[in-house]
Design a protein around this ligand. Structure first.
Ligand SMILES: [Zn+2]
Length: 280
């Protein structure tokens, strides 16, 4: 028995996914080899993504309602290219907040945000608490932790670049800070999810905001802060450098199955690296 991270009751905990399971299932199903690889150790396949004893059964069920709704109403339709515009209700921001909550709590409690300065770090538990109360229905909005979601697609040229591969296939989560701003970064297949922890200004953080209740989500150009765009570029660079880590034997196994290295799980910062250790 341990304390559930959401309701904070002493209960038996389930093995909870940090990034929902349907993401990994879909990646695996649509990968040419049927395997997923991590950039941390690309010689090993990852089966299922990171999961930890995190939530009690009741809180898992609460999350799974929003997850199923997101998977069926948006995720599969957009991944398969059958729709580009999606109506949603309150479940979308609840779902997004549930993933941000998992990533941020995992980073804060299970890893270490020692690269945050003290002043910035104190905003983290406050953000976790606001997300928690919002998810439990104890507050009507998540305050500063407004959820952002971007529908991604390949950039124009060149189509087969690592950047494009990363945009449509990369999966990773990270918690980042600059001198003035900090935020949660969650990238899975054609979705980029962001959640501010503490911002000095809302510049670049407005257009991708998801409305709290009814709204429409569509593919469009968004204004983003430079450090978010740079993080996307960095993710793609990790993909490039991970190719060198693949052993010769493993490379020949892979190339006997497909023309090129398939989808990758990209991991970069200390938090992302710690996540990969659990994955493998
Ligand atoms: Zn619970």
């Amino acid at each position: 028995m341990t304390k559930c991270r959401l309701c904070e009751k002493e209960k038996d905990l389930e093995l909870s996914h940090i990034i929902p399971k349907f993401v990994f299932r879909h990646l695996k199903k649509t990968s040419p080899t049927g395997n997923m690889r991590s950039t941390e150790n690309p010689n090993k396949s990852i089966q299922d993504g990171l999961k930890l004893p995190f939530l009690c059964r009741d809180c898992e069920s609460l999350f799974s309602v929003w997850e199923t709704k997101f998977a069926n109403e948006i995720f599969f339709k957009y991944q398969e290219g059958s729709e580009n515009s999606f109506s949603h209700d309150i479940w979308l921001t609840k779902y997004l907040a549930s993933v941000s909550f998992r990533v941020l709590s995992y980073a804060y409690y299970e890893v270490d945000l020692d690269y945050f300065d003290k002043n910035m770090l104190r905003h983290v538990p406050a953000a976790i608490d606001r997300l928690r109360k919002y998810l439990l229905g104890q507050s009507s909005n998540p305050g500063e932790q407004r959820q952002l979601l971007l529908l991604l697609d390949k950039a124009s040229e060149p189509i087969d670049s690592d950047f494009n591969m990363y945009l449509v296939r990369g999966i990773e989560h990270d918690v980042l800070t600059t001198d003035k701003d900090s935020f949660v970064y969650i990238k899975y297949l054609k979705f980029l999810q962001l959640c501010p922890i503490k911002l000095s200004s809302n510049k670049g953080w407005k257009t991708a905001r998801v409305s709290l209740n009814k709204g429409t989500l569509a593919v469009k150009d968004h204004e983003l802060p430079d450090y978010v765009s740079n993080r996307l570029r960095k993710g793609a660079e990790t993909l490039t450098s991970s190719r060198d880590k693949i052993s010769e034997k493993q490379a020949s196994i892979i190339s006997s199955r497909v023309e090129e290295v398939p989808a990758e799980n990209l991991l970069e910062s200390p938090v992302a690296k710690a996540a990969s250790k659990h994955d493998i």
